[in-house]
Each structure stands twice: as structure tokens, then as C-alpha cells.
Design a protein around this ligand. Structure first.
Ligand code: PLP
Length: 395
């Protein structure tokens, strides 16, 4: 039997009544998400220097287990850990995986793909920003035409679930086009990984990414890239454009020493190992079913109040709902937010420049009952501030 590398710290972990109760907040913002108490307390461990062999073996198990979140074959794919929020992955993939004199194609229909475009701009990477409306799916014919006309495109990039709106992009189709024209395919899966099932190979993904605070229901501070190991090895020859944020250098250091090049987020790693254990216990399908229950409860609650959606329901990724502000002079997002926040529920503004929206998200260790409890409080807030129910729109 394989030795369980996580046992040593779990023995230290208090369970049940021994744990002090931490106030439970229901986070309906797009991450960080609500965590379980067992994940919170997994961080309370004896101090350890992360350069100890013991800690390296924990990270080895974590890197391997992370592959399971996207059904990746460990003979072909690997994961590389970084200390930082999710945006570090976008930065790293773009600056590390582009050969000299080649171009990036960003299939862009939202705020997170626009972030990737900004990364390209900051590094001076040749790129095409193929822009689509934030409430529309990308036109695949145009993607193909662009690839055909620009044979120097070596990296196609998009976002799986555009968290700013909640739209789901057709990654399998975009990936197939990238491969047809000899480019690698990098996808920002930060707001789907470990929630909406992903099959890295079938979905034609060469590199995907997430941070521990989102689908895994762990803490902010650890991010990871899962991708094709051969391509990482090949990228050794590509220009080094960053000292701290280079994929090959971090990969090589892990392979040689089992460690991160620089200080890892120690406590966050303990929490992530526990969260991953809980993810595997719950199971990919059951977890997706739970998020779907939460998502449906959000839709039900909004519909009962008369709120409109930005994105057609059939285009939504099933994790983020963007609702349009009512045309009501008493509507004040901040006041409604504060009322809910004081009662343990966090809601979040939208990320669309053209429409005023707020978002309710199905991430985290929550279930439909939490959403029902939220809507009771939300309704109280609307009543308190004399916002008409059902919600009014001028058109
Ligand atoms: C949350 C998120 C990120 C990372 O954002 P950070 O603020 O750096 O954590 C990146 N991409 C998507 C799609 C996200 O939802």
C-alpha cells in the first residue's frame, strides 16, 4: 500500500467538538469561496520549514492529485504550483509558452480574456485580440479564418467560464482549431476547474489553470497550472521574459528538488491538500450536481423577484449568474450588499462596462438551502429600502 503522505499533519488536526466554531459566511462572490471547517483548521499545524523533505513529499502528492481534477494522465500531464492569486497563472502561461517570433491569439469575450490581452501588452508579446461582445459566444469561423491568415500564431488562449458574466466558451472546439493550425491551446479554467467537469485531453487543452480558493474550496495564495509535460520541456528554449514567473524554471526546480523555487504558501498548501481530499471524497459528478442545485436555486430566487439575466441561460456555465440592476430609484447596490453582508451573505458587483449588474455565484461549500436563506435576507433588504417587488425595468 502506498504511504499516505498527509497522515502526519492530520494526526495533529483536531476534529468535531475540539474545533472551535468559526462563524460561517455564505460567499456568493466569484471566489474566494466558502470553505469547510476542516479545510480552515487544516492550516493550524506545527511550524515547519518548507525546505524539509517532509514538506516536499506533501507537495509531490498534491501535484499528482491535482491532475485528477481535470482527469489528466500523469504520464502526459503535470502540474506546477505557484505562490500567488489566479492571475499569476495567466501571466506565467503567456510569458513562458510563446516561442520567439510567434504570436498569441486571444479569443476574447470578457474581462478575464481582456486581462490576458493586457499581460501580452505588458510583456510586449505579439498578439491578436480577437474581440467579441461580452454577451455573445465567439464566432468559430472567425477564429479559424484568423488562424488560417496568421501562420505565426503559436498559442491560442481563451477563458472557459468568463467569470465577469458567467458565459461558457466552447473550449473543445476552439482547442481543435488551435491544434488543426499547429498552435497550443491555453485555457483559463480558474472558475470551472473542480466544479464543472473537465477532461484535459478530450477538451483539447494543453494548459489549464486555477487557484486553490475557487473550485477546490481552499484558501487564496496557491495557484497551479496543469499541462502537457513535453511542451513544458520544449519551452526551456523559449525566451525567458520573467524571473519569478517562468513555467519551465519552476517545473525544473520541482523536478530536481521537489520544492518551489521560492518560499511556498505553507499553510495554504495544507488547506489545499485537505480540500482536495474532500473534493475526491465528494466526487466530480456529485460536486457538479451540488453546484447545479445551487445555480438553479439562484435562478429560481432571482426569477421570483423579477430580475433579468445578462447572458442567455443556455449559454451560462452554470456557476455565475449576472443580474441586471432594476430601474428603481431606490435601488442601491451598496446598501443591499451591506444589509446582506451583516447577515453573513456576500454578493458581488458585475464586471461589464456597458451594463450595471451584480453577480451571484455557485462556488464554494454551500448548497441550495444556503441560497434559500440568502433570498429571505435579500428580500428583507429590498423591502427595507423600498425597492419594488417584482423588480421594475423600464424596457
Ligand atoms: C478568479 C479568476 C482569476 C484570478 O483572479 P485573482 O484575482 O488573481 O484571484 C482568473 N481567471 C478567472 C476566470 C477567474 O474567475
Amino acid at each position: 500500500m502506498e504511504e499516505d503522505k498527509t497522515v502526519f499533519f492530520q494526526r495533529e488536526l483536531k476534529t468535531g467538538e475540539e474545533m472551535e466554531k468559526v462563524k460561517r459566511n455564505v460567499l456568493l462572490n466569484p471566489g474566494p469561496a466558502t470553505t469547510t471547517d476542516t479545510v480552515k483548521f487544516a492550516q493550524v499545524v506545527p511550524d515547519i520549514c518548507p525546505r524539509e523533505v517532509e514538506f516536499a513529499s506533501l507537495m509531490k502528492g498534491l501535484r499528482l492529485d491535482l491532475l485528477k481534477t481535470v482527469n489528466a494522465n500523469p504520464n502526459k500531464y503535470t502540474s506546477v504550483l505557484f505562490c500567488g492569486s489566479g492571475t499569476i497563472n495567466i501571466d506565467i502561461c503567456l510569458n513562458s509558452l510563446l516561442p520567439a517570433d510567434k504570436k498569441v491569439l486571444v479569443v476574447n469575450n470578457g474581462a478575464y480574456s481582456s486581462r490576458a490581452v493586457e499581460v501580452c501588452e505588458y510583456y510586449g508579446l505579439p498578439h491578436i485580440d480577437l474581440k467579441f461582445s461580452v454577451d455573445e459566444l465567439p464566432d468559430l469561423d472567425l477564429v479559424e479564418k484568423t488562424l488560417k491568415e496568421n501562420n505565426d500564431i503559436a498559442l491560442v488562449y481563451t477563458t472557459h467560464n468568463e467569470t465577469g458574466t458567467g458565459i461558457l466558451n466552447p473550449i473543445r472546439e476552439i482547442g481543435a482549431l488551435a491544434h488543426k493550425y499547429g498552435a497550443i491551446f491555453v485555457v483559463d479554467t480558474t472558475s470551472t476547474l473542480a466544479m464543472r467537469p473537465i477532461d484535459i485531453e478530450k477538451d483539447n487543452i494543453d494548459f489549464c489553470m486555477a487557484s486553490a480558493q475557487k473550485g477546490l474550496q481552499a484558501m487564496a495564495g496557491l495557484s497551479f497550472i496543469i499541462g502537457n509535460e513535453e511542451i513544458i520541456k520544449k519551452s526551456k528554449e523559449y525566451p525567458k521574459r520573467s524571473y519569478y514567473c517562468n513555467l519551465y524554471l519552476q517545473y525544473e526546480y520541482f523536478e530536481k528538488t521537489g520544492q518551489m523555487h521560492f518560499t511556498p504558501p505553507v499553510q495554504t498548501i495544507y488547506a489545499t491538500i485537505q480540500a482536495l481530499k474532500e473534493y475526491l471524497q465528494e466526487g466530480e459528478e456529485a460536486k457538479w450536481a451540488r453546484h447545479t442545485r445551487v445555480f438553479n436555486a439562484i435562478h429560481k430566487g432571482l426569477a421570483e423577484l423579477g430580475f433579468k439575466n445578462v447572458i442567455k441561460k443556455e449559454w451560462q456555465a452554470g456557476l455565475v449568474v449576472s443580474a441586471i440592476y432594476p430601474d428603481d430609484e431606490n435601488w442601491d447596490f451598496e446598501k443591499v450588499h451591506d444589509y446582506c453582508y451583516e447577515r453573513g451573505f456576500t454578493i458581488y458587483p458585475g464586471k461589464i462596462s456597458t451594463t450595471n449588474t451584480f453577480r451571484l455565484c455557485a462556488l464554494g461549500a454551500i448548497d441550495e438551502k444556503d441560497v434559500e436563506d440568502f433570498f429571505a435576507v435579500f428580500r428583507e433588504a429590498l423591502n427595507k429600502y423600498n425597492i419594488a417587488i417584482p423588480i421594475r425595468y423600464n424596457k
